[in-house]
Write a protein that binds this ligand. Structure first.
Ligand code: ADP
Length: 615
């Protein structure tokens, strides 16, 4: 009435008693109010329509029911489907399982077959290995014997064992061991018994025994193993003995031990220290004596730089380093090392003189990999030598003054003798003069040595023509040695910057040696050649020559070749030493070539003026 809009009421459900059927029946009624407009737009009245909709509702309900049923049916179908699917799945699984079991069955069958064939192979292998084992035992170089029971009956034995005890396999097999070798019962029965009773394996090394070696009975050594012989049930019924003849090894080892001991003793007696340098690892080993010589008391690791180089006396350091550098170049030194140097004790600061001798070893590429050698304390020797040189120096110095006045008096007397026309006196004085000259040069030589030693020798450098000096010295020698032919090969003028007197001394030493060690009438040839930066001088004679092994020693102090030819030739072995000292101070080289009976050539080189040292 208020809204003016039609209003449909909900369907009413009524239970109505139907007299025809005598039952209560369900009826549905629809109810609709429809407004009817009056004046001024207001609802004037309502028309209410009520309709019996039972049939329609029932139809709808029936439809609903059938839909629901359909839904239920669908659900049921889905469930059935689901069941079917899982049933199918199960079926598939069981199918698979069946297949798998089929396969397994097949495999098992196969495995069974294989096992059978393996078993067959094993059996045949076992048969084979048994026979192989027997051959192995039979042919083994090690002696094998199996002894059963307390009585030690020989169950298995091989040839090697038989050989060792000097019996045959046939003799031993089946017998009790000690009826065959009763001499060994006392020492070996307790051992074997013990192994059988305790079940413990026993090893004996280097056991002394009378062994048969190459058919000869000698006192030898055996390595022995005694093992319990176990049955399948682990019970011990016997003993297996393995024995090996180690006589050779033991003897060799003993010899080696003896040799080591000898080396150790002689090293100790000589107070030799040893060093061993591994150039690949860069390690250095010093034995206690070597450490002592470097003033080291600890046993810690030592190194080349920290201990060796620093341990060297500063004045010797550079020289030794350069020598070792040469030792490591195969082409230069072939690895040989022989040097004398001073050490300054690291802990005690003591000065020691040492002589080191060693050898470097090279690989295929000529790379040094090891450097070993020994060091000897020569401090006392050196001190004696220094004292002796001091003494010689002092005596020579003292002799100089009397010789000088002797010389002066001879000259005065010579003057007088000439005036008095005293031929005898003149002749005698010439001889005296020549003897005094000899004495002078000897004394000068000794004096020079002591000056070299104390480093007091001074080089008075000046530029001069070497060829001229050569000619001068040659002329002087000709006067003293008229019975020799002394010649000089044509030579270009060559200027050197050197100590003229000292080089003159070298030349006169070489020439007088050529005279001294050659028979009269022979030729002596002087030669002077310019070669690049240097000038080379040689003095060649046709004298007695020197043995090849002595040539290298000629320039050592006090060295003289002792032969029946030289024993009547006077000398002290200092001439060539002085020559070498002088030439080396001039940064030159000196050497000799010689052939016994044919003659010698002495060479020296000097830098010529353009390259000469300017000290
Ligand atoms: P010295 O002649 O006083 O013995 P040197 O130092 O001059 O001393 O010589 C050393 C040694 O070298 C000599 O003893 C001699 O055996 C040998 N020698 C030197 N020169 C010659 C030479 N020209 N021929 C053969 N041997 C020589």
């Amino acid at each position: 009435m208020q809204t003016g809009k039609p209003d449909e009421l909900p369907v009413f459900k009524y239970e109505i008693f139907v007299p025809e059927s005598g039952q209560w029946e369900t009826y549905y009624w629809s109810n609709l109010n429809q407004p009817v407009a009056g004046e001024q737009g207001l609802t004037a009245y309502l028309i209410n329509t009520t309709a019996n909709v039972t049939e329609r509702i029932k139809q709808i309900e029936a439809l609903d029911n059938s839909l629901e049923r359909e839904h239920d049916l669908n659900n049921e179908l889905a469930a059935i489907n689901e069941e079917l699917r899982s049933l199918n799945e199960e079926l598939a699984t069981s199918n698979e399982e069946m297949m798998a079991s089929n396969e397994e069955l097949a495999e098992t069958n196969l495995a069974l077959n294989e096992t059978q064939s393996t078993l067959q192979t094993t059996v045949s292998l076992l048969e084979l290995s048994q026979s192989r084992f027997q051959t192995l035992v039979k042919e083994a170089t090690i002696g094998i014997i199996v002894l059963m029971g307390k009585e030690m009956k020989v169950e298995i034995v091989n040839k090697s064992y038989g050989r060792l005890i000097g019996r045959t396999v046939e003799e031993l097999l089946g017998n009790t061991l000690f009826t065959i070798i009763p001499e060994s019962e006392a020492s070996f029965r307790p051992v074997i018994d013990n192994v059988r009773l305790t079940g413990e394996t026993l090893y004996l090394y280097d056991t002394p025994y009378l062994v048969y070696h190459n058919g000869e009975k000698i006192e030898g050594f055996l390595n022995l193993v005694y093992q319990p012989y176990l049955e399948d049930d682990q019970s011990i019924t016997g003993v297996i003995v393995l024995c090996q003849d180690v006589t050779e090894q033991v003897t060799a080892r003993k010899d080696l031990d003896r040799a080591y001991e000898q080396v150790r003793l002689s090293k100790e007696a000589a107070q030799l220290g040893t060093f061993d340098m591994d150039l690949e690892k860069g390690t250095l080993e010093w034995d206690p004596r070597c450490r002592e010589l470097f003033g080291i008391s600890h046993t810690d690791e030592v190194t080349y730089d920290k201990d060796f180089i620093t341990g060297l006396h500063p004045e010797d350091r550079e020289r030794v380093i350069s020598i070792i550098n040469n030792v490591f170049v195969k082409a230069v030194s072939n690895g040989a090392y022989d040097v004398e140097y001073r050490t300054l004790g690291a802990e005690d600061q003591q000065l020691r003189w040492v002589r080191a001798k060693g050898q470097a070893y090279f690989d295929e590429q000529d790379k040094p990999y090891r450097f070993i050698g020994s060091v000897l304390d020569i401090t006392e020797q050196k001190q004696d030598e220094l004292r002796k040189n001091d003494f010689i120096g002092m005596v020579s110095h003292e002799l100089k003054t009397p010789i000088t006045s002797l010389n002066a008096y001879v000259q005065v007397l010579q003057g007088r003798a000439v005036k008095a026309d005293d031929d005898f006196a003149i002749g005698a004085l010439v001889k005296i003069k020549s003897q005094v000259n000899k004495m002078t040069s000897l004394v000068n030589g000794f004096l020079n040595i002591s000056r070299f030693d104390s480093g007091k020798i001074h080089l008075d450098l000046q530029s001069f023509n070497l060829d001229e000096l050569l000619a001068e010295v040659m002329e002087e020698t000709k006067l003293i040695a008229p019975s020799y032919t002394i010649v000089m090969q044509p030579c270009q003028p060559v200027s050197v910057n050197a100590d003229r007197d000292k080089i003159g001394q070298v030349l006169s030493n070489l020439l007088s040696n050529a005279v001294k060690y050659s028979p009269k009438g022979k030729t002596i040839t002087l030669c002077c050649e310019q070669m690049g930066d240097i000038v080379q001088v040689s003095v060649q004679d046709e004298g007695m020559g020197v043995k090849p092994e002595s040539v290298g020693n000629l320039f050592e102090r006090y060295y003289r070749v002792e032969t029946k030819h030289t024993q009547h030739i006077s000398g002290f072995g200092i001439g060539l030493y002085l020559c070498a000292e002088i030439i080396e101070r001039h940064k030159g080289k000196i050497w000799a070539e010689s052939e016994i009976g044919k003659g010698s050539t002495f060479y020296f080189t000097l830098p010529h003026t353009s390259t000469a040292l300017n000290q």
